[in-house]
Design a protein around this ligand. Structure first.
Ligand SMILES: Nc1ccn([C@@H]2O[C@H](COP(=O)(O)O)[C@@H](O)[C@H]2O)c(=O)n1
Ligand code: CDI
Length: 203
């Protein structure tokens, strides 16, 4: 099991659409950012990367890189999901807190849960969406997201998962697997050798 935590904040600004959790939300202001400013997807991306010690969103997608100007934040999330899979893990559940004065989140929490779940490839029941107003913080023009994520192992030993994911051809995968788990199991007491599994089955 691994846990991850992510945080992000973006200021509200007029003239841009509001997108949170991949969902377009009717609101007079959107969130300022180099990308689409999706504060929730940025925090989820960081939580996933943190859970597998893979750096953070800025190390993969520097705000100075013009390629990410106006980018949909689902692109960043996809990379984080690939890092999680490469490390040999999958999501158990994710929990979030959005801190913003407006809009009200609870009336759209179901839609948000479905949107985030679809982007993560998990069930809506594995995504928590909660909201708080920034009472006493004097931050009514800001949206903040906090995210925790729990991962569980896919059952592949980590080095094997990582090396198989980076191997480019079947032969390389064969070599990796045979190096790490051995070409065959020694059952000489039974008078024969049994291959533990068929490495051709790995794609
Ligand atoms: N943007 C928000 C903020 C809050 N809520 C809901 O209101 C409840 C009370 O919030 P406080 O910050 O005043 O404690 C909160 O638990 C949420 O249910 C919301 O929907 N959207
Ligand atoms: C997403 C990136 C990349 O364009 O930029 P922003 O949209 O500004 O978002 P932020 O959370 O401030 O920083 C992370 C950056 O990697």
């Amino acid at each position: 099991m691994r846990i991850g935590y992510g945080f992000d904040s973006h200021a509200f600004t007029a003239g841009v659409p509001l997108v949170i959790g991949g969902l377009a939300i009717e609101h007079p202001e959107g969130l300022a950012g180099h990308s689409d400013g999706d504060v929730l997807l940025h925090a989820i991306t960081d939580a996933l990367l943190g859970a597998v010690s893979a750096g953070d969103i800025g190390t993969f997608f520097p705000p100075s890189d013009p390629r990410w100007k106006g980018a949909a934040s689902s692109v960043f999330l996809q990379t984080a999901l690939e890092e999680v899979a490469t490390a040999g893990y999958k999501i158990v559940n994710i929990d979030t807190v959005l801190v913003m004065a407006k809009p009200k989140i609870v009336p759209i929490a179901g839609e948000l849960r479905e949107s985030v779940a679809a982007l993560l490839g998990v069930k809506p029941g594995e995504v928590g969406i909660k909201a708080k107003t920034p009472e006493g913080l004097n931050q009514d023009n800001v949206a903040v997201a906090h995210v925790t994520v729990l991962l569980e192992s896919l059952g592949i030993p980590e080095p094997v998962g990582a090396m198989v994911a980076s191997a480019e051809v079947d032969d390389e995968i064969d070599v990796v697997v045979k190096t790490l788990v051995g070409d065959s199991r020694d059952v000489s007491a039974l008078g024969r050798k049994v291959t533990p599994f068929d490495t051709d089955d790995l794609t």
